[in-house]
Design a protein around this ligand. Structure first.
Ligand code: NOJ
Ligand code: CA
Length: 558
């Protein structure tokens, strides 16, 4: 049975499944629920506490399923509702909690509501669920305001009536196939609370909230007014008319009440994690995690930092300080389906860390050493952590996907300027054999690099030096240490982080009286404390010293 503590989420390690690319159970080249079910034992053995599955709902897949046409049904290419329910039960039997992805900022343009809106009059209640507006200028030929789509281009699309005559525009902060919902409409609010209950009633332990900072829009839809086009879709600027507005918090207070109403059920109260890109310095993230709002949020500030001790320490300190004010646990994440895999990021020169895929040189050997070290850092910090599928295999970003295979709408919307996110979504190599390296029996939906045969689960299993072995061991050690996992009781057993004096390019901290983590981000090997027992190291320790780009977990002698 899953960890039954009501505080399980405070220290959970959650494995992100990008369903299309995890495992293909029926041999059509697309990952699915059957594939997930066949690999649940692998995940239980890996030692994670929960899985988060990216959207599996009915969708035309204009944005990898983040364009949902029916929130209460599973896409046939992924499986059936019955299979989904069986998967949830099987995961629970293996001790794994299940988190789904909810996408409340927008629907698909194929959602029944949007189709009804298109068929209805401009002032109809059907259109009032979205943001329809007349355009500016003669004949309304210009968009209603200057808002930009995150994927490039204007955030407005103009409708044509049946005779092909242009009429109103509608808002889409992402692709045109993802019209934004109007959250000032009580019907929208009721509908989503009902969707939450639909899945909670099926045993789902929680939700990751997509674009959690985007639902509240300034009712007057004012221009943003910045000259720089790139900045218009940038969530990290103050007083934005559609990002991180105070009105979102009211939504989360009612969602929290829905989650708490499940406290008496076998799974207990349900939980939320926010995907919120907000301003770090202004402490905006903590606002989402006040006691009557969401439980946790992804810590993108940490993910964005380069391989630099001062930067990482500053991010850790800011995170711990700001979240402790609201009593929320931190989380740590290095990769996900939207960002360049961290093996590749850390293998780049510091100035290039945020550059688009395929545009700058990379040293993958260096990146892999640092990624191993970063894993031990992440898994020994307070709170919870996210593992993105394939990072436990040391996979790098695939930066040279053939242009013809690219699926991410970013490629088209950016006018073929940015390749987009497909390079971190390439299907996993399991056995290393066959047309899809064990992902399934058919050519996968995105081609895999042939060298991934050497990175397959099968190739790495039993090899004590593999990345997979490092993750398995790290998760097992973490679980066995109450000061890290908080598992031997409620959260009280989790120990605080205390920094120890070290060189500026070394991170050294204790958790409790005998656990220490040391990360060497400098150029010289570092002496380790005398008499300490090595619990785990990300690389060999020649002469008992900690080499460059290496981490170690120590048990200090008393
Ligand atoms: C964030 C998701 O992670 C991303 O994949 C998606 O494109 C956008 N939200 C829009 O839903
Ligand atoms: Ca399939």
């Amino acid at each position: 049975m899953s960890n039954s503590s009501p505080h399980w989420w405070r220290t959970a390690v959650i494995y992100q499944i990008y369903i299309r690319s995890f495992a293909d159970g029926n041999g059509d080249g697309i990952g699915d629920i059957a594939g997930i079910r066949s690999r649940l034992p692998y995940l239980a053995e890996l030692g994670v506490d929960a899985i988060w599955i990216t959207p599996w709902y009915v969708s035309p897949m204009a944005d990898g399923g983040y364009d949902v046409a029916d929130f209460r049904a599973i896409a046939p290419e992924f499986g059936t509702l019955a299979e989904g329910e069986e998967m949830i039960a099987e995961a629970h039997q293996l001790g794994l909690r299940v988190i789904l992805d909810i996408v409340p900022n927008h629907t698909s343009d194929q959602h029944a509501w949007f189709k009804e809106a298109l068929a209805a009059d401009p002032d109809s209640p059907e259109r009032a669920r979205y943001w329809f507006r007349p355009g500016h200028g003669p004949d309304g030929a210009f968009p209603p305001n200057d808002w930009r789509s995150v994927f490039g281009g204007p955030a407005w699309n103009r409708l044509l009536d049946e005779e092909g005559v242009p009429e109103d525009w509608y808002l889409h902060l992402f692709a045109p196939e993802q019209p934004d919902l109007n959250w000032s409409n009580p019907e929208v609010r009721r509908e989503f609370e009902d969707i939450l209950r639909f899945w909670f009633d099926r045993g789902v332990d929680g939700f990751r909230i997509d674009v959690a900072h985007g639902m509240d829009k300034h009712p007057a839809l004012p221009d943003i007014g910045w000259d720089d086009e790139e900045l218009l879709a940038e969530p990290e600027l103050a007083d934005h008319p559609h990002w991180d507005r105070d009105g979102v918090h009211e939504i989360y207070r009612s969602w929290r009440a829905v989650a708490e109403s499940y406290a008496g059920t076998p799974e207990g109260a349900r939980v939320f994690v926010a995907e919120a890109w907000v301003r770090t310095e202004a402490n905006r993230l903590a606002r989402y995690l006040r006691p009557d709002e969401l439980h946790t949020a992804f810590n993108f500030d940490f993910l964005k930092r380069g391989w630099d001790a001062a930067q990482m320490r500053a991010s850790i300190d800011h995170t711990l300080g700001s979240l402790s004010e609201v009593g929320a646990p931190p989380t740590w994440v290095l990769s996900n389906h939207d960002v360049i895999r961290h093996v590749t990021r850390y293998g780049r020169a510091a100035a290039d860390i945020a550059k688009p895929a395929g545009t700058v040189p990379v040293d993958l050997e260096l990146g892999r050493a640092r990624a191993r070290a970063a894993t031990l850092l992440m898994l020994s910090l307070p709170g919870g952590a996210y593992v993105y599928q394939g990072e436990e295999l040391g996979l790098a970003e695939v930066e040279d996907l053939p242009i013809a295979s690219l699926q991410d709408p970013i490629w088209e919307r950016s006018g073929n300027k940015h390749r987009g996110r497909d390079g971190c979504r390439v299907p996993l190599p399991w056995s290393g054999e066959g047309p899809a390296l064990g992902f399934g029996d058919a050519q996968p939906w995105l081609p895999q690099p042939t060298e991934w045969k050497e990175f397959s689960v099968q190739a790495q299993t039993g090899d004590p030096n593999s990345v997979l072995s490092l993750y398995r061991e790290a998760l097992s050690v973490r679980r066995s240490l109450p000061e890290l996992s908080g598992l031997s009781g409620p959260r009280e057993t989790e120990a605080e982080l205390v920094w120890r004096d070290s060189d500026a390019d070394v991170l050294m901290f204790d958790r409790g009286s005998s656990f220490r983590c040391v990360v060497n981000l400098g150029q010289e090997p570092v002496e380790l404390p005398a008499g300490a027992e090595v619990l785990l190291a990300s690389a060999p320790l020649p002469d008992g010293k900690l080499p460059t780009d290496t981490s170690v977990w120590l048990r200090l002698s008393s």
